[in-house]
Design a protein. Structure first.
Length: 349
């Protein structure tokens, strides 16, 4: 099992200990460093800045939002980071949700699967550099020939030769159709709130994508990278309580009414009643009550909490369920080293 340090996205200011965590993660045997974006900090700059102090770990976006930049611009970011890091970039992409896409980026959210398919195809054209980039699709036309066009656009090939034409592209996905498309067109799946308990459901979705004509990978070549909080502790109840506010926020507050992908994910995991309670209380502004109704079992499904032996056993369960990489947020160096020590990461270097 590979372990990646998930730096996430910033709050009101940059995290004060991020560089320390990055350096310790590489020394301690972590496989990668990952950064995200929401509607503040971006995903690429922290990887370039803090990643420049590293030499071995992969540098991944988890995720860069598709609406944030055109596909050609995204490919430029990825190929630049890949060159500067000596081939360590992993391009993780995701659609976000309608509140962010339409409210922050001013882009339409409709048809996210079709938009993603075109986006990935254009990025791959840029990286392959076999011909000038063209796309005759609906969402990302190149050259652009829609309203306001002067008709002077020209298909172009990247001036810079990408270091790797096969730079890995992973997609964040939650629903069955999105996961199936991820298996079809991507190199890996960034799974949020993954649970080994329902691994069979995920594998069915993935199998549908792998079976499609022209699928890029087989299951054996495909990487599942799952976000998972790991905490080595002698007080699991306290750590479960610490994680509940974040779960309540994502279930109750990170999505539009009637379109919250995180809430739907937990419904598929048979937590429909708890999800209804969290959504209702959160919408009423009763956030503390929303946190209080998050069941312990929900936390245990999507996190790994316990002493060193319990953590090792649970990580083996996730690995047997098909996960190849766990992306872990760490509060401080002590937290990070506790994970590394329990899993013997440095011993594998």
């Amino acid at each position: 099992m590979r372990i990646g340090l998930q730096l996430g996205y910033w709050g009101a200011a940059p995290p004060p200990n991020a560089e320390e965590l990055v350096l310790e993660a590489e020394r301690a045997g972590f496989d990668g460093i990952f950064a995200a974006e929401s509607w503040g900090s971006d995903a690429f700059t922290p990887l370039a800045w803090w990643g420049s102090r590293t030499s071995r770990v992969r540098l991944g976006t988890s995720v860069a939002q598709i609406a944030a930049r055109s596909p050609a611009s995204c490919a430029m970011h990825a190929l630049t980071l890949d060159h500067l890091s000596g081939g360590r970039c992993v391009l993780g992409l995701g659609v976000s949700g309608p509140q962010v896409v339409e409210g922050w980026y001013g882009q339409p959210f409709a048809k996210p699967l079709a938009r993603t398919r075109e986006y990935v195809e254009i990025v791959r054209q840029v990286l392959a550099r076999e011909a000038p980039v063209r796309n005759d699709g609906t969402h990302h036309r190149l050259p652009y020939d829609g309203p306001g066009s002067l008709g002077l656009g020209k298909s172009l090939r990247s001036i810079t030769h990408p270091l790797r034409a096969d730079l890995p592209i992973w997609l964040g996905a939650e629903g069955p159709r999105n996961v199936a498309q991820t298996a079809e067109i991507a190199d890996g799946w960034l799974a949020v709130y993954y649970s080994p308990r329902v691994a069979g459901m995920y594998e069915d979705w993935l199998a549908e994508g792998f079976a499609r004509p022209g699928a890029r990978r087989s299951r054996g070549e495909f990487e599942i990278a799952a976000s998972c909080q790991i905490v080595v502790t002698d007080d699991p109840p306290a750590e479960r309580a610490r994680l509940k506010p974040s779960l309540a926020l994502y279930i109750g507050g990170m999505g539009a009414p009637g379109m919250n992908f995180h809430a739907e994910l937990f419904r598929r995991m048979d937590y429909g009643s708890a999800v209804d309670d969290v959504v209702r209380l959160f919408a009423a502004g009763r956030r503390e009550e929303a946190v209080s109704v998050v069941p312990d079992e929900m936390v245990e499904d999507v996190a790994i909490i316990g002493d060193a032996e319990a953590v090792r056993n649970r990580v083996r369960e996730w690995e047997k369920a098909g996960v190849g990489t766990l992306l872990v947020g760490c509060r401080d160096v002590e937290h990070l080293l506790g994970i590394a020590g329990a899993l013997g990461l440095a011993d594998e270097l």
